[in-house]
Design a protein around this ligand. Structure first.
Ligand code: GUN
Length: 284
């Protein structure tokens, strides 16, 4: 079974649009998401455009602030500070990666944790690992929603995550653990990777290497979630970290690229923006 993140995201965005339609009357305004894009990395430009499009579909107000990659870190921190103090802004997202002269950790930590719709702020990360209320990172949250939609039983299963990034690998490992999976995090130094992945009932691949996972690395009947977004070096077409053609017949459930995890990430960003908005409104 190939699970379409695109379809599930469309369904969830439809439900959110209905919810947001009532906000103007109830709260006097709709949620406002501000996305900051520094530079013109083509991948980042495409993500930011996708986020603006999804916001429009759901009825969320979206402002995209674009700055050249020559701006100073101080200037960026100044923009964040203004947005932190603006009561009309509910969510702040700084598109990553940032130019090399900036300290991403410092920039992320400068965002108010209760406007951190990415769930990357140290306070949200700590709360996630302590199983306390928090904004959850979008891609991991989207992956769990996809698994649930596909009726994949997670509890008691062997889950292997390839990749240990703060954005995907580590938080998805924690969310799988919270769903009672037995979790292994594999990475570039893992020995006998194929042996490790062959034991996975659920295999999450987030390494950023085109078509890295081949059929012989996948257990018969496994659930394979491909987080990769790469260009095929030969064809130039978008492809994942999983060699889809080689794995599709072995997997019981697999996600395509494009149209799998990507749309769910953006969908969860919309959910997080609504969540931050409602937390604020219900506090007043
Ligand atoms: N760059 C790649 N993925 C992400 C993401 O989820 N959030 C942000 N802000 N930047 C990214």
């Amino acid at each position: 079974m190939v699970i379409s993140g695109k379809e599930l995201a469309a369904e969830l965005k439809g439900k959110m649009a209905e919810q947001v339609a009532g906000f103007e009357e109830k709260y006097g305004r709709v949620p406002h998401l501000v996305v900051i894009l520094v530079g013109e990395d083509p991948g980042s430009v495409s993500y930011v455009t996708g986020k603006a499009k999804a916001s429009a579909e759901v009825g969320i107000k979206n402002t995209t602030i674009r700055r050249p990659d020559t701006i100073s870190e101080e200037e960026l921190l100044g923009i964040i500070d203004d947005l932190n103090n603006d009561d009309g802004v509910d969510g702040i997202l700084v598109q990553l990666p940032l130019p090399k002269h900036m300290d991403s950790d410092k920039v992320i930590a400068a965002i108010r944790y209760d406007k951190d719709v990415d769930g990357f702020h140290p306070a949200n990360t700590a709360a996630l690992w302590l199983k306390q209320p928090c904004v959850k990172p979008c891609t991991p949250k989207g992956i769990i929603e996809l698994l649930k939609k596909a009726n994949v039983e997670i509890s008691g299963k062997n889950a292997v995550v390839i990749g240990r990034s703060n954005i995907v690998g580590l938080p998805v490992a924690k969310l799988l653990l919270d769903e009672n999976a037995t979790v292994t995090v594999a990475h570039s130094r893992t020995k006998n990777l194929g042996e490790v992945t062959s034991k996975a009932d659920i295999l999450i691949v987030a390494i950023g290497r085109p078509m890295f996972v081949k059929g012989d690395m996948v257990k018969e009947g496994a659930v394979v979630i491909d987080v990769g977004v790469n260009r095929n070096p030969e064809t130039g077409k978008l492809c994942g970290d999983v060699d889809f053609a080689a794995c599709v017949d072995k997997a019981s459930v697999i996600t395509p690229v494009p149209g799998g995890v990507g749309p769910m990430t953006i969908c969860c960003l919309m959910q997080n923006t609504i969540e931050c908005f409602l937390n604020k409104m219900n506090k007043k």
